[in-house]
Write a protein that binds this ligand. Structure first.
Ligand SMILES: Cc1cc2nc3c(=O)[nH]c(=O)nc-3n(C[C@H](O)[C@H](O)[C@H](O)COP(=O)(O)O)c2cc1C
Length: 207
């Protein structure tokens, strides 16, 4: 039996300490019932475990049409990882009104592996992270991805939670007193839009 299409949930933060992994896991748990009901598999892709060096390929990735065209083993491995997923959910913090360099670097390594695939962006930060999400959206359009319009921006509810996040401590993301109970609906809405974009026959936009 063929394995179900896989959606990669990308953990954009490579900071140590960080809350990115727990927030991406929260997003994955939120989406799990919806994905399972649609026969989709969700998989975390943690950029911290990839530790890609700063982009070091000699060719522009849009000119590389097969992973054998990459000079470095880490690029070929990253190409295989991204090729294995039908769509992506980027879970990104906001750093200084933008997204972290780690995620731009990971995107820049490839082109055709991203092109045409649907994606959703979930941001988080002291005030959510919509500035980071908007900028990331432009970059994703640049590699010809199809980006869900709904972009949930998860704001830490108060200064105490923001301080815990900065220290990389556990956030209350499960149970009756969990934060972001309301926001879960928007995260699911973004995923539903991503699933609509997964339908065959949609044209890849030219930007
Ligand atoms: C370099 C840096 C810049 C930041 N800039 C912002 C910002 O512009 N807006 C915001 O809401 N939070 C900002 N923060 C707070 C982060 O959103 C918060 O620390 C969060 O925990 C970062 O995610 P991470 O722990 O997964 O790396 C910044 C944090 C760092 C480390």
């Amino acid at each position: 039996m063929a394995s179900p299409p896989s959606i990669g949930v990308i953990v954009a933060s490579q900071r140590s300490p960080r809350v990115g992994l727990q927030i991406a896991s929260f997003v994955l748990r939120t989406l799990q019932p919806c994905a399972a009901a649609s026969g989709l598999h969700l998989q975390l892709i943690d950029l911290a475990t990839w530790q890609l060096p700063l982009f070091d390929e000699p060719l522009i990735p849009s000119q590389v049409h097969s992973s054998t065209g990459y000079a470095h083993a880490h690029s070929r491995a990253w190409s295989a990882e991204v090729t294995a997923h039908a769509a992506f959910v980027f879970v990104t913090p906001q750093y200084n009104w933008g997204y972290p360099a780690s995620v731009k670097n990971a995107i820049d390594y490839l082109f055709h592996e991203w092109a045409g695939k649907p994606t959703a962006v979930v941001s988080y930060g002291s005030r959510g992270g919509i500035k980071a999400a908007e900028q990331l959206r432009q970059v994703l359009l640049g590699v010809r991805m199809r980006v869900a319009e709904t972009m949930p921006a998860l704001a830490f509810p108060d200064g105490e939670v923001a301080a815990r996040a900065f220290r990389g401590e556990a956030l209350l993301l499960q149970g009756p007193d969990a934060i972001w109970k309301e926001e879960r609906g928007e995260v699911k809405r973004a995923f539903e839009e991503l699933m609509e974009l997964l339908q065959p026959g949609e044209k890849v936009p030219h930007v």
